[in-house]
Design a protein around this ligand. Structure first.
Ligand code: SF4
Length: 247
């Protein structure tokens, strides 16, 4: 069985780091990133379309777990690995998770919460980012909450689960309120939408626009008693390094 798992290959868009996790519950944490190619969504503002568009994904190298671990070993050390995409929850990553843990590395994953796999119960941090209306393919709140319930039934006691919703406009804020307002039991984050794609220039004027949006979002949270438990995250990596890839 181990042999079969080792023979599984995944389309890998990029493996990079260490860098600083720029958003959410691990903000500021040194981590490597593994970006898997393939996603069940097509968000209009996706900043990783090179890991989503099937034509581009088909060009990506296929790597098995040994090759992924070998590539990570060539990089300077980091205590965390973040599995990103695309949607990494589409894939059978049990073996990768087990072997990273065996090496003492903690694992975070980012997914929209449409597909559950049992191995998600073993990772150290699950960030579920259900997609709001502005994405063009809204995740039904019931789908995201079912994903959380499945994780709760499979979780190891050390694991943590957070929700994070990107807010571009009023409809997205209303969506975040539907998801979060009566869920003081959950760790809930909102994040400013970044209207510029990865690879696009991020000049000072655009940075100031993003900081202005971050202030607006913070003020929305401050003004809304029903959202008092909700935390606001910037995209620190964008403020530090713009929309460059590989950071
Ligand atoms: S779910 Fe994430 S990776 Fe997939 S299309 Fe939407 S933003 Fe891009």
């Amino acid at each position: 069985l181990l042999r079969q798992q080792n023979e599984k290959k995944f389309r890998i868009s990029e493996i990079f780091g260490p860098t600083i996790q720029g958003e959410g519950a691990l903000l500021g944490q040194k981590t490597h990133f593994i970006r898997f190619g393939g996603c069940d969504y097509r968000c209009v503002w996706c900043d990783s379309m090179y890991a989503v568009d099937p034509t581009q994904v088909a060009q990506l190298p296929q790597m098995d777990v040994d090759e992924i671990l070998d590539r990570l070993e060539l990089l300077p050390m980091a205590p965390w690995v973040t599995l990103s995409g695309g949607n990494p929850a589409l894939f059978d990553l049990d073996d990768l998770v087990t072997r990273l843990h065996y090496r003492g590395i903690k694992i975070a994953i980012e997914t929209q919460g449409t597909v559950f796999k049992d191995w998600l119960g073993a990772v150290d941090l699950v960030t579920c980012s259900p997609k709001p209306p502005s994405s063009g393919n809204m995740t039904a709140p019931s789908t995201a909450l079912k994903f959380y319930e499945k994780w709760e039934s499979k979780r190891f006691y050390t694991g943590k689960f957070v929700f994070k919703i990107v807010v571009f406009d009023d409809a997205d804020w209303d969506y975040a309120k539907i998801m979060f307002k009566d869920r003081q039991d959950l760790e809930c984050w909102v994040q400013v939408g970044n209207p510029w794609f990865r690879g696009e220039t991020m000049d000072v004027t655009r940075m100031l626009v993003l900081i202005g949006k971050l202030r607006e979002l913070s003020e929305r949270v401050l003004a809304d008693e029903e959202m008092s438990h909700v935390r606001v995250t910037p995209q620190l990596h964008v403020l530090l390094w713009g929309n460059a890839r590989g950071v």
